[in-house]
Write a protein that binds this ligand. Structure first.
Ligand code: CDT
Length: 300
């Protein structure tokens, strides 16, 4: 067995009026709790530092000035990095990134137990739309505010664990996990903001949670990986988002799940060797995959 203390730190709502300082204090409090419960790695949500601003129509320049980080860490987020180093616990954090070349990305970083950034991912599957939909109850403007990520689905070995990262809508696509599993990922971490209402069609609300969980569970099993998924959830200024943050084992089973739609930590002792059973047998990629029959997937 190879054990990793793996925690998910779900967040309740972040309202428009909430400042970064108050949000970072919440993150530090959860990092402390996770550490006390044995965590070595803590997964925070997508766009964890702000409200889920793609629901609002505004100019790109305004969005960038209000909601993006031009540096990571910066003065407001530094206390989280300091806490990681002091307590010897790593984390995954989602935030809106203004890159050095001025391009905007929906980003996650991997931070090790010394408080150093050891991996970065920029969201590839951007959902929603770029145009204003005045008839919709709210917007989903990820295609307006973010460029498609340009770093691929990489795997980062950090403190002897192979981590993959993705963000929210990426979790619904099997290619996301398979590309990382082909690089021997052991743990895939992701944060999400999933509105309970679908503005595109009248999707029954319960399906938002069902499709979230089935995506994580099927892909954990089919790739022999641990999946740790952190929601930002509850009602942000009247806009509700689903909770149900989970840690899923390579068996496809949910090992821990949040109960609330508030800040809540769940923590498991994840046996990383559990995935090897699946990868050596039923999902032995080298032995059993038939990529010559998968050409269509990359050709269109
Ligand atoms: N943040 C994010 O990617 N949310 C999407 C909503 C899809 S509906 C436009 C999700 O897949 O949960």
């Amino acid at each position: 067995t190879r054990k990793l203390g793996l925690a998910v730190a779900q967040m309740g709502p972040v309202h428009l009026s909430d400042g970064r300082g108050a949000v970072v204090r919440r993150l530090v409090a959860m990092l402390r709790e996770a550490k006390a419960r044995g965590a070595e790695m803590v997964v925070f949500p997508e766009l964890a530092l702000t409200t889920f601003f793609p629901r609002y129509w505004m100019e790109e320049a305004e969005a960038q000035a209000r909601f993006f980080e031009a540096q990571m860490p910066n003065a407001e987020v530094q206390p989280l990095f300091d806490a990681a180093r002091e307590w010897g616990v790593g984390f995954y954090l989602g935030y809106a990134e203004l890159a050095e070349d001025g391009r905007p990305y929906n980003t996650a970083v991997l931070v090790n137990r010394k408080g150093e950034i050891t991996g970065k991912y920029r969201k590839i599957h951007l959902p929603g739309h770029a145009e204003h939909k005045p008839e919709a109850p709210f917007q989903h403007l990820e295609k307006k505010y973010f460029d498609v990520g340009n770093l691929g689905f990489r795997v980062f070995e950090s403190e002897s664990v192979k981590y993959g990262m993705c963000l929210c809508n990426d979790r619904r696509w099997p290619e996301t996990y398979r590309v990382m599993a082909l690089q021997s990922a052991e743990v895939v971490m992701l944060g999400y903001n999933t509105p309970s209402l679908n503005i595109h069609w009248n999707e029954p609300v319960h399906l938002r949670t069902t499709t979230h969980l089935v995506s994580l569970q099927a892909n954990a099993y089919q790739n022999g990986i641990w999946v740790a998924a952190a929601a930002k959830c509850g009602s942000e200024d009247g806009h509700h988002m689903i909770g149900s943050s989970v840690v899923v084992a390579p068996t496809g089973e949910i090992v821990a799940r949040t109960l609330t739609e508030e800040d809540e930590v769940i923590c498991v002792s994840a046996d990383l060797s559990l995935g090897e059973h699946f990868r050596q047998h039923v999902f032995n990629f080298a032995k059993h995959r038939r990529p010559e029959h998968y050409r269509l997937i990359v050709d269109r």
